[in-house]
Design a protein around this ligand. Structure first.
Ligand SMILES: NC(=O)C1=CN([C@@H]2O[C@H](COP(=O)(O)OP(=O)(O)OC[C@H]3O[C@@H](n4cnc5c(N)ncnc54)[C@H](O)[C@@H]3O)[C@@H](O)[C@H]2O)C=CC1
Ligand SMILES: O=C(O)CCC(=O)C(=O)O
Length: 395
């Protein structure tokens, strides 16, 4: 009988993506027991008892801070994301956020909603009251972008098209990302340099120990007087109390974020959206399609693309029998894997191994069926975290 896979969904995942997992071999739902993979958006998985059956977790989005990545690495389980698939949606909301703040749109809408009377009275109140909501233009102002990955690059490009000057800071920028940046983007050497010169500052970094509290009290004070901070990355990247103090003293003009909190609720200068950055039909479909394809390729063929904890490794099938082995990145793993196979009289057709940090991953195409006892021997090699037997279904 052909193998079937169970996919547990923890949030609503677009059906456009789920359709890429054929119903003949995939059972998908929010109540799948002993799933082979989990698809998730923002649900916090840190306290979840993740079943031992799970071979892969895929975040239908960019940030994986809601997934216990280190715990999964120790189990040899890759954590996938949908790199770049929702970047355009976030870019459009960031530009919206800059316009909302620069033109005082939120209080202006509140003013209009509060008006009462007939048309003539409304007209008078509007003309008298509009002076309180006069704004500033984006053209000619400076945007500082912290994090020039998939989203930051698109935001930089859009801002330049609106006539803004753009400064960027990203000490870990990839060569490809640097090539794709508009030449007008100026490089800041430090966060402080960027903050000092920017009228708007937008954050597009992942939440990591190194980025937690990136915008702290000292840095709020370093920001230009009258500037606006935009945070569509993660709440903990900003020390919100410091930002509220900056708003109260009028040092900051506004804080636009995707993460409402009780302490910021209703405070002047705050525009908080309900984590809407990636909430467009297009982004939800793109993310779901990307992770469905990645998970399917991993479950069926062991290929790894777009994980946050494993190397990228894709190998075309060259035989009907494949082993996928997740192991610690320590000496002599390949030697032990090949000698175990040789000892069992199994010929290696092709073998590829790649590492990333402490993790390594090996795909081995062999010429004959691998008996269960050999799989057990491989799994028992110290440092081997997971062994998967992936014979092609040739029926
Ligand atoms: N509000 C929402 O709905 C969404 C929020 N996000 C958040 O935005 C983050 C960024 O998303 P992408 O641009 O797609 O990720 P990405 O991985 O393409 O880019 C992140 C960039 O940040 C840079 N970076 C890392 N540490 C840094 C530091 N200390 N200083 C400056 N740069 C640093 C990296 O080098 C990389 O270029 C995600 O991790 C997620 O938390 C992403 C999508 C939707
Ligand atoms: O799935 C969502 O709506 C949240 C998107 C997000 O925060 C991310 O992709 O990092």
């Amino acid at each position: 009988m052909a193998k079937t896979y169970g996919i547990l969904t923890l949030n609503k995942i677009s059906s456009v993506g789920l359709k890429r997992l054929p119903t003949a071999s995939y059972r998908i739902g929010n109540d799948i027991a002993e799933p082979d993979a989990i698809l998730v958006r923002s649900q916090n998985m840190h306290e979840m008892d993740i079943p031992a059956s799970v071979l892969a977790i895929a975040r239908a989005g960019a940030g994986t801070n809601n997934v216990p990545v280190a715990q999964m690495s120790a189990r040899g389980v890759p954590v996938f994301n949908a790199a770049g698939a929702n970047a355009n949606a976030v870019k459009e909301l960031v530009i919206t956020g800059m316009l909302l703040a620069s033109r005082n749109i939120v209080p202006a809408l509140g003013f209009v909603a509060s008006l009462q009377g007939d048309d003539a009275s409304l007209h008078k109140q509007v003309e008298d009251g509009k002076k309180h909501y006069a704004g500033i233009e984006l053209r000619g102002r400076t945007l500082g972008v912290i994090g020039l990955g998939a989203i930051g690059r698109l935001v930089a490009d859009a801002a330049i098209r609106l006539g803004m000057n753009v400064i960027g800071f990203d000490p870990e920028i990839t060569v490809d990302a640097a090539w794709s940046l508009p030449s007008q983007v100026k490089k800041a050497n430090t966060v402080e340099e960027l903050l000092k010169h920017s009228d708007f500052v937008t954050l597009h970094v992942p939440l990591l120990p190194a980025t937690k509290g990136l915008i702290n009290e000292k840095r709020v004070q370093t920001m230009k007087s009258g500037s606006v901070l935009l945070n569509f990355a993660r709440d903990a990247i900003v020390d919100e109390a410091a930002v509220l103090a900056g708003l109260a003293s009028k040092h900051l003009r506004g804080y636009v974020c995707d993460f409402p909190t009780a302490q910021a609720q209703g405070q002047a200068g705050i525009i908080a959206l309900p984590h809407l950055g990636a909430s467009t039909e297009e982004a939800e479909d793109n993310c779901a399609m990307m992770v469905a394809d990645q998970v399917r390729d991993y479950l069926e063929h062991g290929n790894l693309v777009n994980t946050v904890n494993f190397p990228t490794l894709v190998m075309a099938r060259e035989s009907n029998y494949r082993l996928a082995i997740a192991n610690a990145n320590v000496p002599n793993m390949l030697g032990q894997i090949s000698s175990t196979l040789a000892g069992a009289g199994i010929n290696i057709h092709t073998m590829m191994n790649k590492s990333r940090g402490e993790m390594a991953y090996t795909l081995v195409d062999v010429d004959s069926l691998v008996p269960a006892e050999v799989i057990a021997q491989l799994a028992a090699i110290p440092g081997v975290l997971k062994v998967r037997d992936l014979p092609l279904d040739t029926k």
